[in-house]
Design a protein around this ligand. Structure first.
Ligand code: DLL
Length: 435
């Protein structure tokens, strides 16, 4: 179901006209109200008035995460602080945390975009949504919560953690929809399974998963184990939170980015040059309606491509492909560029292997060494002999060498022996960084 037919199926020329009006307005606002932007425009010798068409976008300055950090906590706000009704913040695992604020209208738009997202995933007012994204400063919990309410669904604000209770309530309350990170969905499956609850037999039918990278192979695994349709949702706190882009149940192929609110571009992460649809590069987003923190050409660091081909669902908004990684997550191993998701895709394809893994990179002498630990599936572990284990390790090593061109040491470890995550998974340890 399309939640906002008028906006989500707007003919592309009308969409472009709306985007241009909103872009001009945003440029005027940031120039007048945010010293950072006034300086950035002045330094480039431009005024907001240079924007006469969407093609002028590349003439505007970029905004980086570091700019938000420099403005900590409120310097990037474009409205008086007393019009802010909510704050969220990123966890700050990669540096000082960034604080984002919302006006009443921002929250209203966010709820609508999250309602659009849940609706695109096939959920409606008659669904019960088990929302296991963390509530708090993280945008996942409250973002989904108000969207589910806007949709008219029944939201179960379970938040993250307490997995046994989650499994029980998933069964008792009869949730039909579930929202959490994809890695947590698999973890919850294991917890439930150990308690004698088979999620496949519950009424649960749709999962809306995001906040971390995942693969098509992982989707297949989740769908098989939980007996549901698993769909991808994208967002980031700097831009809004969840609900920036959402995969539709009809195509299950790329996430519609809500273009009446966000203007996407793909750029070469090294040169900053614009790239055409279909080319993989860094996603850059300009907010078109944000009041509290409007951002011009925000560099997300997320790598994907833009798909402008018409979608079977009838939405006219462009799709972004699955996020292939973050430009700052890329591992360079003996000169070869490797993304953790590429390794995951190879692991998950092999039978008898679970999608729980850890990647460690260290320096041995002067060379980089890559080690991958991955869990056996329960069934395989019980039946396999040592020599079979070694054979599998060798075969994985060969696939990694063949597909990615890097040599890795693969170690198969016992089921349930690697760390599990209730929020975003963190599977890479790059020990070289400490040197
Ligand atoms: O993770 C917002 C969110 C909550 C999205 C719930 C989806 C669901 P941040 O904590 O600011 O916000 O992290 C944003 O997470 O730049 C991506 O690198 C990554 N990310 C988010 N969604 C996806 C996804 C939330 N579907 C950062 N696939 C982003 C891959 C994702 N990566």
């Amino acid at each position: 179901m399309i939640f906002n037919v008028d906006k989500e199926t707007l003919p592309r020329d009308e969409l472009a006209a709306l985007q241009l009006t909103r872009l001009k307005n945003q440029c005027e606002r940031v120039y007048a109200n945010v010293p950072f932007y006034r300086k950035a425009f002045d330094d480039m010798g431009i005024k907001p008035g240079i924007v006469n068409s969407l093609e002028d976008l590349p003439r505007l300055p970029f905004t980086e995460k570091q700019d938000l950090r420099n403005g900590y906590p409120y310097k990037m706000f474009a409205v008086p602080i007393d019009t802010i009704v909510r704050l969220h913040a990123s966890s700050g695992t990669t540096g000082k945390s960034t604080v984002v604020g919302y006006t009443k209208r921002d929250l209203d738009n966010w709820a609508e975009l999250m309602a659009r997202s849940l609706s695109a995933a096939g959920l409606s007012s008659s669904d019960f949504i088990h929302n296991a994204y963390g509530y708090g400063l993280f945008t996942g919990g409250l973002g989904v919560h108000y969207g589910a309410e806007r949709l008219g669904a029944t939201v179960i604000p379970i938040s993250g953690g307490g997995s046994k209770r989650q499994a029980e309530l998933l069964r008792d309350f009869g949730a039909t929809g579930m929202t959490c990170t994809p890695s947590y969905a698999l973890y919850l499956y294991e917890v439930a399974y150990d308690m004698g609850i088979d999620i496949r037999e519950l009424p649960l039918r749709v999962g809306v998963f995001g906040a971390e990278p995942w693969t098509e192979e992982m989707r297949a695994e989740i769908e098989r184990k939980l007996g549901i349709t698993a769909l991808n949702i994208y967002g980031l706190s700097e831009i809004m939170g969840p609900g920036v882009a959402q995969e539709c149940a009809e195509s299950k192929c790329g996430m519609h980015i809500f273009e009446d609110h966000f203007l996407p571009e793909i750029i070469d992460p090294v040169t900053g040059a614009s790239l055409p649809p279909g080319a993989v590069g860094e996603l850059v987003i300009t907010t078109l309606t944000k009041e509290a923190i409007p951002l011009i050409r925000y560099r997300t660091r997320d790598l994907c491509s833009l798909d402008l081909t018409p979608c079977v669902c009838g939405r006219t908004h462009a799709r972004i492909t699955r996020i292939l990684g973050r430009s700052d997550d890329m591992l360079i191993i003996r000169g070869v560029n490797v993304f953790p998701q590429q390794i995951e895709a190879i692991l998950v394809e092999m039978e008898g292997i679970s999608p729980h893994y850890e990647i460690e990179v260290k320096r041995e002498g002067t060379l980089d060494a890559l080690e991958i630990m991955v869990e056996f599936s329960e069934a395989m572990f019980q039946s396999d002999e040592i020599r079979h284990i070694q054979k599998r390790e060798k075969s994985l090593q060969k696939s990694i060498k063949d597909y990615l061109g890097v040599t890795a040491k693969v170690r198969l470890v016992e089921p349930q022996s690697l760390k599990r995550f209730e929020g975003k998974a963190s599977r890479v340890r790059d020990l070289r960084k400490k040197e």
